[in-house]
Design a protein around this ligand. Sequence first.
Ligand code: GLY
Length: 357
Amino acid sequence: MASFAVKTPQRDYWVYVERGILARASDYLPQGAGKIFVVTTSDVWELHRARLEPALSRGSDEVLFLPGGEERKRLVHVETLAEEMVRKGGDRSSVVIAFGGGIVNDMAGFLAAIFMRGIPVMQVPTTLLAQVDASIGGKTSVNLTEGKNLIGSFHQPLAVLIDPDVLATLPEREYRAGLYEVIKCGVIRSMPLFRLLADCRDAVLAKDPGVVDRIITESVRIKAEVVSADERESGLRRILNFGHTFGHALETETRYERFLHGEAVAFGMRAATVLAREIGQIAAMPATEILSVVERYGPIPSFDGLSAEHLVSRLVKDKKTIHGQVHFVLPRQIGEVTVVSGIEESAVLSAIRSVLA
Ligand code: GLY
């Protein structure tokens, strides 16, 4: 088992990476916890209930279902589940187990954050993307039509339990979408991780267990370190947004229907790398390597019909835009990024156009 400490002003907790750990999930619940609400989707529950059920043998636990899909990551569904929790006897001693992919992690985390002004949540991610990113660090949210994750709060979990075995049934497209977040971790902070992804593509895509465990543990190590240094994203944590600013604009512009989040991040990493090269933040050679690795884990859906101008106007509405200034996370070399603002709109347009072409 690998475990990584996350230390934040709100809460200190552990992220565990271990095959088979879900059967022992109850070991990580607080003594005296009241009713446990497992929040999941019907497909995740059908696929993986047998892994979690041994830990839920108390009889009084409840399973609540969210609709899947980024376009349904809306406040109304959080409210519906909160009403259900009250009807089923939820109170301040209740605990939420967020059991699913990134959307479930974000929504169930937000539900826990606001239910009776806050109850604990345990994160149990079942997609690669959620395991290496969404489940760690306490970000919880829902979308608005105006933009992604525009309502939410920081609500650090009790613990994060990551079982790489659940990835065996993950559809290939979703697995590759998660790999883009792993590539992000390599570009922002780990040359060895980047090299592993560049050199062992076939083993990574074949879900070779040894390689999968390595990419997950290295990504989790990075995420835990960054969040521990900066819980509220006032400094270092901004590097985790590499690819996300452009990616969120793409997701919002396509109404969350065409691209998975990880695929939008792939677009965003390409746009950010082209922009960094164009404004002289990164040399041509490492930029080409980043672009090549991102493309080799593709394809992603087509960009047909998308306008660079519309995407730029979306960028300004991102929640990372402050006083109208968009902050871009740009690579300087493999393993190091920097945050830059005040970039000419013409350079941003040109980078987006080159990726859309
Ligand atoms: N997904 C980026 C972060 O957790 O800060």
